[in-house]
Design a protein around this ligand. Structure first.
Ligand SMILES: N[C@@H](CCC(=O)N[C@@H](CS)C(=O)NCC(=O)O)C(=O)O
Length: 223
């Protein structure tokens, strides 16, 4: 197997998969793209939803591309269950909880992206109501993450807090992305415990090497 992950440098979605593969020691190549542009991306060719990340096995011509970051995460966790950390607990209820937290974190990423593009529209075609709706989702997610951090029993979010799961990865990627977007500078003052936990995990090697990096997006081609 020779994996290739179609990714974008700021993408929090691709980042969760990159971290999981790094943690598990699965070698992969990154194909960095700008999915919003018409040229410069293979994304629409392999995902009808025209979104990255997309995972390929370049060694196997019969391999069907795997897309959507949560599904890629499941693919990695299940197919490589015996390699490296499991990134789940092995307890059904706790693992369902980890997946629920991942869903919440991805919802926050989606809302953050939608809010960003809405606010990038020219004055007059911008919907304040729509942007506020997305902002509420992001803020609700942050409140929930903060509570999770306060309620946790150990280092990590799920169960006894002794093992890192896909939930920890997803929450750090969501918080890191919104922080990177810079639209919520007040979050650090508002949620000191979340900040402390986030900054601690974000120093881990697999997280440090995958932090978001801006690309030169032509916003006009999107909105
Ligand atoms: N639910 C998808 C969301 C992925 C997503 O929104 N990716 C962005 C890049 S960060 C994208 O490719 N957007 C292009 C588009 O929406 O057309 C996932 O988790 O993979």
């Amino acid at each position: 197997m020779v994996f290739k992950l179609v990714s974008a440098t700021p993408s929090p979605f691709a980042r969760i998969n990159r971290i999981a593969m790094l943690e598990k020691g699965i070698p992969f190549e990154l194909q960095t793209e700008i999915p919003w542009h018409k040229s410069e991306t293979v994304t629409p060719k392999y995902n009808p939803l025209e979104k990255l990340p997309i995972l390929f096995d370049t060694d196997d011509s019969t391999f069907e591309p795997v897309y959507d970051s949560a599904h890629i995460q499941e693919y990695i966790v299940q197919k490589f269950a015996s390699q490296g950390p499991k990134l789940l607990t092995g307890d059904l209820d706790l693992d369902l909880k980890a997946r629920q937290i991942q869903v919440l974190a991805e919802g926050v990423m989606d809302a953050g992206v939608l809010e960003f593009f809405e606010l990038a529209r020219p004055e007059g075609s911008r919907s304040k109501e729509w942007a506020e709706r997305q902002a509420r989702k992001v803020d609700g997610g942050f409140r929930a993450f903060d509570q999770m951090v306060k309620d946790r029993k150990g280092e990590w979010l799920v169960g006894d807090g002794k093992v890192m799961t896909i939930a920890d990865i997803a929450v750090v990627c969501a918080v890191g992305f919104l922080d990177f977007q810079g639209a919520r500078k007040e979050w650090k003052g508002k949620y000191p415990e979340l900040v402390k936990w986030f900054e601690g995990v974000d120093e881990r090697e697999s997280f440090r090497g995958t932090r978001p990096v801006m690309f030169d997006i032509q916003v006009k081609s999107v909105i």
